[in-house]
Design a protein around this ligand. Structure first.
Ligand code: GLY
Ligand code: MN
Ligand code: MN
Length: 491
């Protein structure tokens, strides 16, 4: 093994606990590797290869999804990357989260992974998964390279992954070269792996690649039984996370919204992979900011807390739930009036979710209720039909009443209008129903006492054969239900 250049400073100057990989160090704190040390590190390691691994529980489903993809693009090479680590600063990276398309088609979540569907002679495809193999101990990669297993943890070997994933696996370091050598049309899911995009640049076409992403987005519109189970797990953990938050509201009052964010995050990390999106922990007037994720404001008794948060499971399915809670456990009269209006709108929205209904129906139903309330309260001039026609209620309702939910919080976002927004609900679809009313702190068109109040109620609704099922029904929604639930948890 060749010696590395001897740096100016020696290892004893490295701070204790400094686990920077040698290859990535820029400041030369480590000495060169002697031939004796290199030899010492090569030998004396046990064989830890795992044999007889069970396939992942979703392996049959991922195979079925790949078959559907194969049928849609016969004769074309299809490339679906997991994505790469992204630098946060210097030599630290953001936590890795595999691309949704890749994880949905493989069940795998490895950084740098690439799924390739190679056209086969029979008109179908042969699926191949390119992955980083176990670190080489002969050349020292496992302990000298920043991505070596000694630094980042053991990976599955290619043979182990073949058993787990039910796919032939090859070394990903050969992927770009092998793909570049192949003739014929290629489609690539863009936005995840710049190296592959560069290697295949002269063979790719943006429009054709977009068609691939659109198809994969639509492939996720209807969830199978495994996915529904995962969504329920995500919701169940989320329910526990909301309970955790209620129990620590006094500590949040003593600190800030961050206490709420941290409390929910703890539940997400212990029971799942992560939060599925940045938690919105919006107290007081922050509740009127739709994506309030700074979460650095005060939490005050007498005000509302709008908590919009979801646990993401280890398989990357996320919940998306909102409750608007009185910090001290009791709604004021005006808070209750606004809350009950949103609740009524949500009830109307949920009632409109059933197979055969138009996707837009639940939004329209909820908006009609809210427009009626705004007219009744004298905030906008009626009649309701006029308000809805002109969309005047939107000053206070602000956003659509829901969206598809799955591996992405806004799942299937690339699906065509005719299959999603203008489409028809089918059993197995899962969507949020989340009406809200938001009176900005500086909104001079409403009485002063409304200003700074924001309410949203959001549940995760599965379309069933005969209607729907509220996956998040374990969390109370009515104002009275919320109060008694909080009273019980606060003790
Ligand atoms: N949490 C984002 C949303 O409700 O769509
Ligand atoms: Mn939400
Ligand atoms: Mn949502």
């Amino acid at each position: 093994m060749t010696e590395q250049p001897v740096p100016a400073q020696q290892s004893e100057t490295a701070p204790a606990g400094d686990h920077q990989p040698i290859k990535q160090r820029k400041n030369g704190l480590y000495p060169a590797v002697s031939d004796e040390l290199a030899a010492h590190m090569r030998n004396g390691w046990a064989d830890t290869e795992l044999r007889g691994l069970e396939p992942l529980p979703q392996a049959a489903e991922t195979a079925r999804r790949r078959s559907a993809l194969s049928r849609r693009f016969p004769g074309e090479r299809l490339v679906i990357p997991a994505g790469n680590l992204r630098t946060r600063s210097n030599d630290t990276e953001y936590p890795f989260r595999a691309g949704t398309e890749y994880a949905h088609l493989t069940g795998d979540q490895s950084e740098d992974g690439v799924l390739v569907l190679e056209p086969a002679a029979d008109g179908g495809h042969q699926a191949v998964l390119y992955l980083l193999p176990r670190s080489d101990r002969e050349n020292g990669e496992f302990w000298l390279d920043g991505q070596g297993e000694l630094w980042v943890g053991r990976r599955y070997s290619l043979a182990e992954n073949e058993q787990r994933l039910g796919l032939p696996c090859r070394d990903v370091r050969k992927a770009a070269g092998e793909l570049a050598e192949q003739a014929g049309p290629v489609r690539l899911v863009r936005g995840h792996d710049q190296g592959l995009e560069a290697a295949l640049a002269d063979r790719l076409d943006a429009g054709r690649d977009e068609e691939l992403r659109v198809f994969l987005s639509e492939l996720r519109l209807v969830k199978d039984a495994f996915e529904i189970g995962e969504l329920q797990k995500a919701v169940d953990s989320t329910v526990r996370g909301f309970e955790d938050v209620v129990k620590v509201l006094d500590r949040a009052e003593a600190t800030s919204e961050r206490y709420i964010e941290g409390t929910f995050f703890l539940r997400a990390r212990v029971e799942g992979n992560d939060v599925g999106y940045g938690s919105i922990c919006a107290a007081g007037p922050h509740a009127t900011t739709l994506h309030w994720v700074r979460n650095d404001g005060p939490v005050r008794s007498g005000e509302l807390l709008l908590l919009d948060a979801g646990v993401e499971t280890h398989t990357l399915y996320t919940a998306d739930v909102t409750r608007t809670l009185p910090v001290n456990g009791r709604f004021t009269g005006l808070q209750r009036k606004i809350y009950d209006a949103v609740y009524e709108a949500q009830e109307a929205g949920i009632a409109a979710v059933r197979p055969g209904a138009k996707y837009r129906d639940f939004h329209d139903a909820a908006q009609r209720v809210l427009a009626g309330k705004l007219v009744e309260w004298g905030l906008v001039e009626g009649p309701v039909e006029r308000v809805l026609e002109l969309g005047l209620q939107r000053r206070w309702t602000l956003h659509g009443t829901g969206h598809m939910l799955g591996m992405d919080v806004h799942d299937c976002a690339l699906a065509r209008t005719e299959t999603y927004v203008d489409g028809t609900l089918e059993p197995g679809m899962c969507l949020t129903v989340e009406p809200g009313l938001y009176f900005q702190a500086d909104d001079l068109t409403v009485p002063a006492e409304y200003r700074g109040i924001g309410v949203r109620i959001e549940d995760d609704i599965l379309v069933t054969e005969d209607g729907n099922r509220n996956l998040s029904a374990a969390l109370p929604r009515s104002s009275a239900g919320v109060e008694s639930w909080m009273a019980r948890l606060k003790g």
